[in-house]
Structures are given as structure tokens and as C-alpha cells.
Design a protein around this ligand. Structure first.
Ligand code: DON
Length: 343
């Protein structure tokens, strides 16, 4: 009885959210949901900054910013939405999207795969033990773990490292709607300490996932992970994916609409690594985390959301970002698996 009542309430709340999102009357609802999550989680102290990249350990753990971007390009915010953190693994989504845009979804599926590995994001055993799909020989990996991401970066076409970089940063700029820059201290710190990713790059070449110059791929990957972003940039990037590849703030078509569902599917499968299943179970949202403390999440057709808060859980996902996004999305009816019921 209690369960039924709770469930009825939850479904009811989701339907109210669905019905009320998208007209100007509910600007207030969205702002209220953002403010209330900020108040609720600002004192939460769980988790710890990443420290395997020394520069990340120095970032203020109290930094906490939330942003939601809707179809009309409105940005709803709370907390610190100005301070930049490094984008880290969230960049993997946009480099994957760029390769899909340029070479089609099958290029990623065949070379890297679109399956969960169930392993940590920088697992080397996952490369050694990768299974292949019977018939096609495609690996069961994905572009959101480090080995797949370094391979995806290696697939961006260009005659020189500079040319490839211009394309990568250009795509990120378009999704964020402004000129982004690399946080040089993070880039240097990670370049000095990324021997594990270098090993992964060499191994990916040995197995033929990377065709040549793994050193360039690892360097460009490290640089893309060091791009500086704030919560508002990240929410705009999420919103670009929420609205069929068109940035709702600048109105620029960044990614072909037909290419967006594949990107979101990989995010749903592997965006929070070995905790992706739990995340999807509770929110239904395709999302991506970064060890800089950001998480983006996408409610297709409704909103893009991002939270920045550096302390991470054991899987490498920001603790406050997960809690705040889940609370806001559930309040706004963001779960795409919740259908409005016909009475
Ligand atoms: O390669 C690394 O280890 C980092 N540049 C990115 C890892 C990351 O963000 C994992 N995300 N949660």
C-alpha cells in the first residue's frame, strides 16, 4: 500500500514535471528545482578530489555550480558557474561525436565498439581481455573509457597534430557556444604523469585499434581533457545533445540530428563507467562524468544539465553532481523512460 502510494506520487510528480516543462510559466519551477538542489547538497562533504593528476588535487573541493539549459536557450543557475575546471572525460563524448559526424556511426562501432567494459576507466586488463563480436570482429569496448577515447582521438582526421587539435577544440567551442581554452597547469600536470595512458596508447597500437602515432593521440587526448569549462558551458554542451545537435543558445547546428541518438546511447551505456547501470536505473539520463568534477546529463527534448563539484566517489564520479542532477531531473520529469499515461 505504502509502495503503491509512493509510486503513484512519483509517477504523478514526473507527469506534472513533463506537463509543466517548456512553457514560460515554469521558468520558476526550473529555477526552484535548481535552487533547492543547491541548498540541499551544498553541505554534502562525501568524496575526494582526484589526485592521480596532481593539479586536480589542488582544486577547491567546495566549488559547486549547477546549470540547466532549456530549448529556448535560457540558462538557469545556482552557485559558482564561472570557475573553470578541466573537462576531463566529458570531452570523450564530443570527440566521439565528432568522429561519428565525420565518419559515420559504424566507424566507432567497428573500430572501438559500443559496449560496456564493466571495468575502471583506465583499465589495461580490459584491453587485454577485450572480447570481439562474433561475425564482425568488432571489439566490445567503447569510446568513453580511456583506451577507446584515445583511439577515437586518433581517428579525427587531419594532416598535422595542429590541424586535428583545431577540429577538436572547434567542436567543443561550438557545443559550448564560446571559445574555450586549455588549462595549461592541468595539461602539464597530466602530461608529466600520464604514463598509464601512454601504455594504453602503445597497447592500442599493438592491437591495431590505433593505426599509427599513438604518441600524438595520447597528447591530443590529454590536451582535450585539459580544456577549461564551467557549469554553464557544460550545460550548454549537454543541451546541444538534448536538442538534436543544435546549440539552443547560439542556434548553431553542431552535430547532425541523425547522429545524436548513437552518442546518447553510448553515454547511457558507459557514461558513468562501472556505475552507469545504477545511474540509469535511478535517472534514465544519458550522462558523462569527468575526474575534474563535472557531470553532464541529457534529457532529450527537455533540457541539458551540468554540475561541477570536484569530490569524487570510488568510481570516479562527482558525488554532489550525481545527487543534484538526479534530484533536479526527477523534479522536472526529465527521465525519458517515464511516459505520460493516457487516462
Ligand atoms: O585520462 C585520464 O585519466 C583523465 N584525463 C580523464 C579520466 C576521467 O575523467 C574519468 N572520468 N570520470
Amino acid at each position: 500500500m505504502t509502495t503503491m502510494t509512493t509510486r503513484t506520487l512519483l509517477v504523478g510528480a514526473a507527469i506534472v514535471g513533463l506537463l509543466t516543462l517548456g512553457t514560460s510559466a515554469q521558468s520558476g519551477n526550473i529555477q526552484q528545482a535548481v535552487d533547492s538542489a543547491y541548498e540541499q547538497f551544498k553541505t554534502l562533504k562525501e568524496g575526494k578530489n582526484a589526485d592521480y593528476i596532481p593539479a586536480l588535487a589542488k582544486v577547491d573541493p567546495n566549488l559547486f555550480g549547477i546549470a540547466v539549459v532549456t530549448a529556448d536557450g535560457k540558462v538557469y543557475t545556482a552557485g559558482d558557474i564561472k570557475t573553470e575546471v578541466s573537462i576531463q572525460s566529458i570531452s570523450k563524448v564530443f570527440t566521439m561525436a565528432q568522429v561519428i559526424q565525420e565518419q559515420g556511426p559504424e566507424a566507432i562501432e567497428k573500430r572501438i565498439g559500443v559496449d560496456a567494459t564493466g571495468a575502471r576507466f583506465n583499465s589495461i586488463i580490459a584491453v587485454e581481455g577485450v572480447r570481439t563480436v562474433v561475425g564482425t570482429g568488432a571489439p566490445e569496448m567503447n569510446p568513453l573509457v580511456n583506451p577507446g577515447a584515445i583511439s577515437a582521438t586518433s581517428m579525427v582526421r587531419g594532416a598535422s597534430s595542429d590541424e586535428v587539435w583545431k577540429k577538436i577544440i572547434g567542436f567543443h567551442n561550438d557545443a559550448a557556444g564560446r571559445q574555450l581554452t586549455v588549462l595549461q597547469d592541468v595539461y602539464k600536470s597530466e602530461s608529466d604523469t600520464n604514463q598509464r595512458n601512454q601504455a594504453i596508447g602503445a597497447l592500442m597500437l599493438a592491437y591495431g585499434y590505433i593505426k599509427d602515432n599513438w604518441q600524438q593521440a595520447v597528447d591530443l587526448y590529454t590536451r582535450q581533457c585539459s580544456i577549461g569549462v564551467n557549469a554553464s558551458d557544460l550545460a550548454t554542451m549537454a543541451a546541444t545533445l538534448a536538442f538534436a545537435g543544435k546549440n539552443p543558445v547560439t542556434n548553431k547546428q553542431v552535430l547532425e540530428a541523425a547522429k545524436v541518438p548513437g552518442v546518447l546511447a553510448v553515454m547511457a551505456t558507459a557514461g558513468l563507467y562501472d556505475d552507469s547501470g545504477k545511474w540509469l536505473y535511478h535517472t534514465g539520463l544519458p550522462a558523462k562524468s569527468g575526474v575534474g568534477g563535472g557531470i553532464i546529463a541529457v534529457s532529450p527534448g527537455k533540457f541539458g544539465i551540468a554540475v561541477v563539484s570536484p569530490p569524487l566517489d570510488d568510481a570516479g564520479n562527482s558525488v554532489r553532481a550525481q545527487r543534484a542532477i538526479a534530484a533536479i531531473s526527477n523534479q522536472l520529469g526529465g527521465n525519458p523512460y517515464v511516459a505520460a499515461r493516457k487516462e
